[in-house]
Design a protein around this ligand. Structure first.
Ligand SMILES: Cc1cn([C@H]2C[C@H](O)[C@@H](COP(=O)(O)OP(=O)(O)OP(=O)(O)O)O2)c(=O)[nH]c1=O
Length: 631
């Protein structure tokens, strides 16, 4: 891919995105960047009047966000990232800066100011390269901003309020999201669309190109960075790099090993044209001594080839409970970890090193410790722990995926090959033993926790008094819903085998009261009454015929004005862009009769059962949300 050579420069670095914005995470993930997310605690309270132009405020805020994270990681967590990226998006109209609205009235004030006019969206970005020297943090800061002009149509009061009630404006600068419903307000956009969504990817790549491929005297005329360089240009750039006389080139230090991956790298240090000191790694030679550059490597393919190794390293470290072992402890030596978990020292050391290289662990001369992400997501006891899903992936999905070839040839699930038995009913596979059932429920619980807030808030559901979560499993989404909507009563409806085992997963405290659990089979038994029926990760398990059976049952009990909320990974209509969802569809192939579907496919299924006004919200989380109303 054309851009890979630039982003490839970050592959071997510990990159941290100092932002909680799901949009920024998605934009960078979509182009294959690997990074850790450490949201900044910097409060966006800089005195606006002290800046002469709005973009200066955005750039300074971005810088402060990134600096706070770099310092915190270095001091508090004794971990120094290589690169920290911070960003801040603001809307500017009539010389005023608009950030995120604090409430609905504030959103109304902002949208009214933008109504019928052109405004500017500025995103400031800071890229901080960090080095730890004698335990002191040294930083090289590069910053820039991008401006995009956006014009709103003339919008009625009614439309503005309908938009505000959708809940979309609340976490977005200027009170709108151009990437979703807010797109309907916009007459034109001049400039980088992604800049409006929170991250100017094109300018970021150009900045990386400037930093990592500083133009030499000979080629400075030839290479203008007014667009992202093509592959050809990158090859020229790597030549240009070796022409730069102030580089210290450790010739011969790096070789491609027989598997085609780098065995070591040479380190370059330089001043770039803007005087920013950069330190970066560039591979030098392959086995034949032929000069190679990252530009010539099919790095995406190599990464995919190795993907299963990385997955399995994560699975095994999780099975051995290494992240539990290291949670909230200081660094531990490999030999001590191996002794504690009962494994070989040599094997454990390699596993720990691999995990550290993948950013799951931190390695220092004192030993190995968890990263923040490992504490939050990989240790088994946290609210957002993915441990259950990781173990399910290892024990259940991995054997199924080893039969993917048969699944593709036969077009059907592979449970009989993977587990030596043919269950008539999909869920009998999970519920045949207490252990497997518990594991499956933990997995569903992990994902439900991670996605519940985004599912619950994708639409304003405050008009509903009662909801029934069909196939709601452990009740994780139900508990989130009653927290967000205190007047909502939620019934979780699931198979008796599931309901009998939900007690282990209940949160402690007073929030449990409005959630009730009812057992039954939604294909056979009558459904509890409710204003809102929720189907989260249910329809993707089934073929269209079965979905029609289920939706006709829901439609029969759903009064006009009542609604259905689906939470699924929604594919784009062309089925070509969302690889996580498309791979999930393969996952459904190997284990179910279902599949992932596009927004239009869900809409067609729903409309056949009298559900109209279908609204789709892409959340940026693992599940997207569809809301429709019974007419
Ligand atoms: C104008 C506009 C903004 N936005 C978003 C991008 C940013 O996430 C947000 C502006 O808030 P920011 O303060 O820039 O970012 P954030 O609070 O989301 O995350 P963090 O501070 O942790 O980095 O508005 C859209 O998603 N769509 C839009 O059309």
């Amino acid at each position: 891919m054309v851009l890979n050579p630039v982003l490839g420069k970050l592959v071997s670095k510990r990159v941290v995105l100092a932002s909680a914005s799901p949009r920024r995470q998605e934009i960078l993930t979509n182009v294959g960047l690997r990074f850790e997310v450490v949201p900044s605690w910097f409060k966006e309270t800089l005195e606006k009047s002290s800046f002469t132009a709005p973009y200066e405020y955005a750039v300074e805020t971005a810088k402060q966000k990134a600096l706070e994270v770099a310092n915190r990681m270095h001091v508090k967590h004794l971990r120094t990232p290589d690169v920290v990226i911070g960003a801040d998006t603001i809307v500017s109209v009539d010389e005023q800066i608009l950030e995120k609205p604090v409430d609905k009235q504030d959103a109304y004030r902002m949208l009214s100011r933008l109504n019928g006019k052109e405004h500017s969206v500025f995103t400031g970005v800071a890229i901080i390269h960090c080095h730890s020297k004698d335990n002191q943090l040294e930083m090289d800061i590069t910053d820039f901003y991008e401006e995009t002009k956006v014009k709103f149509s003339e919008l009625s009061e009614e439309l503005l309020w309908e938009y505000i009630h959708s809940g979309e404006p609340m976490d977005k600068a200027g009170g709108y999201g151009i990437q979703a419903l807010g797109g309907m307000l916009v007459e034109y956009v001049h400039g980088d669309f992604l800049n409006v969504v929170g991250f100017p990817l094109n300018h970021f790549c150009k900045k990386l190109a400037e930093l990592y491929y500083p133009p030499s005297k000979h080629n400075v005329q030839r290479k203008k960075y007014d667009s992202i360089p093509s592959v050809d240009t990158f090859e020229n750039q790597s030549d240009g790099e070796s022409e730069s006389s102030n580089f210290t080139k450790q010739k011969g230090a790096s070789k491609l090993d027989s598997s085609g991956t780098y065995s070591s790298e040479a380190v370059y240090a330089s001043e770039n044209s803007s005087g920013v000191r950069t330190g970066f790694t560039v591979p030098l030679e392959n086995q034949n001594g032929v000069s190679q550059s990252a530009a010539k490597l099919p790095s995406k393919i190599l990464e995919l080839m190795d993907g299963f190794r990385a997955s399995k390293a994560l699975f095994v470290a999780s099975k051995l409970k290494i992240f539990d072992h290291l949670k909230d402890k200081g660094p531990m030596k490999a030999v001590d970890i191996a002794n504690d978990v009962g494994t070989s020292v040599c094997g454990t050391e390699r596993l720990l090193d691999a995990c550290a290289s993948l950013g799951l662990l931190e390695k220092t001369p004192q030993g190995y410790s968890n990263t923040d992400s490992a504490n939050t997501y990989l240790a088994s006891d946290g609210k957002y722990s993915l441990h259950g899903y990781i173990i399910h992936s290892n024990d259940h999905l991995w054997p199924l995926f080893t039969n993917l070839e048969s699944a593709v040839k036969e077009g059907s699930r592979q449970n009989h090959r993977a587990f030596g038995k043919k269950a008539d009913d999909l869920f009998k596979d999970y519920y045949h033993s207490q252990e497997v059932k518990q594991r499956f429920m933990s997995a569903m619980h992990s994902i439900a926790h991670l996605t519940a807030r985004d599912v619950a808030t994708a639409f304003d559901l405050s008009q509903f008094k009662s909801a029934c979560d069909l196939g709601g499993c452990t009740g994780a989404l139900a508990h989130e819903l009653v927290q967000v909507y205190p007047n909502l009563k939620v019934t979780v409806f699931d198979l008796p085998e599931v309901i009998a085992n939900t007690s282990y997963f209940q949160p402690s405290g007073q929030h449990t009261a409005p959630v009730t659990f009812v057992s039954g089979d939604f294909f056979k038994d009558s459904l509890p009454e409710a204003d809102l029926y929720i189907l989260s990760r249910v329809l993707h398990d089934w073929p269209d015929e079965k979905i029609h059976v289920l939706l006709s049952k829901v439609s029969a009990v759903c009064r006009p004005g009542c609604a259905v909320l689906l939470a699924e990974m929604v594919l784009d209509d062309e089925k070509k862009n969302r690889s996580t969802a498309l791979l999930q569809s393969l996952n459904m192939l190997v284990q179910t009769e279902g599949k992932e579907r596009s927004g239009s496919e869900y809409q067609a299924l729903l409309e056949q059962h009298g559900f109209t006004n279908v609204k789709i919200r892409i959340t940026g989380n693992l599940l997207d949300v569809i809301l429709c109303v019974k007419t």
